[in-house]
Design a protein. Structure first.
Length: 255
């Protein structure tokens, strides 16, 4: 049986607000949106942890596949943060009526931006043959931005919960949030970052509370499990979860 600690370090996972409610307490729209954001962020954190933990043990014949798997982390984060800055954050500012309300979040993006770009450059330099793969070098690069990224991903959950203080102004926030989320998902590469996300979501997390998440249409789930999984199966063996969202017993490269 997989251990719960398989990919919860060195960058800790986020506890969803919904899981903290009392049994009789119904989640409001802010709990739901913040929890959905936490699930997305936990995909990122599991993926980042899986890369960090396996990087030193990659065999030469597996380097290209591992680098492609690692590249998907950057691709997903790039789409996610661009979507926040271009769509979600302006919507929050407009609805709340508070100018600059999301400036701190944008500034946090800037703190780890260069480290993340260095990560992407190194991966593609290795894939193109311009540089030689080194697990220790990859992890050294991750160390330049990983903790700042993890802190940001955690703090953003509280930011969403705090929007409740604006009362009726935010009545349609959940609707706008879902519109942004759908656009974000549509901008992900299906055989790349989208599939990567699925295989970094543990459906048994928090006692199976997120068994039915993400709320993807059945055709998308079918494509991920039965088509894109096989197209790049050599990439997904480095993922912590199998194609059904079950946490694996161990990570491929550390087995």
């Amino acid at each position: 049986m997989a251990t719960k600690s398989l990919v919860d370090h060195p960058f800790p996972l986020i506890t969803t607000p919904t899981s903290q409610l009392r049994n009789e307490e119904e989640p409001n729209q802010f709990h739901r949106c913040a929890s959905e954001m936490a699930c997305v962020h936990n995909m990122v954190l599991r993926g980042l942890n899986s890369i960090y933990l396996q990087a030193p043990y990659i065999k030469p014949e597996d380097e290209k596949s591992f680098l492609q798997y690692s590249a998907c982390l950057y691709d997903l984060l790039h789409v996610h943060h661009k979507g926040e800055e271009d769509i979600l954050f302006p919507v929050i500012e407009q609805m709340s009526g508070k100018k600059g309300i999301m400036d701190q979040n944008i500034q946090q993006h800037g703190i780890f931006h260069e480290g993340l770009e260095s990560y992407n450059r190194y991966i593609h330099a290795c894939l193109s043959g311009k540089d030689k793969y080194s697990g220790s070098k990859l992890n050294t690069i991750i160390d330049t931005f990983g903790h700042e990224l993890a802190n940001h991903l955690t703090q953003e959950i509280a930011t969403i919960l705090d929007l409740a203080e604006f009362g009726d102004k935010m009545d349609k926030f959940e609707e706008k949030f879902e519109e942004w989320s759908n656009k974000d998902t549509a901008n992900l590469s299906v055989p790349g970052a989208l599939t990567w996300g699925f295989f970094n979501h543990d459906k048994q997390y928090e006692e199976g509370l997120w068994q039915s998440w993400p709320p993807a249409p059945a055709p998308v789930v079918f494509i991920v499990r039965w088509i894109t999984y096989w197209i790049h199966s050599d990439w997904w063996r480095f993922a912590p979860c199998d194609r059904y969202g079950r946490l694996k017993e161990r990570l491929y490269a550390t087995a």
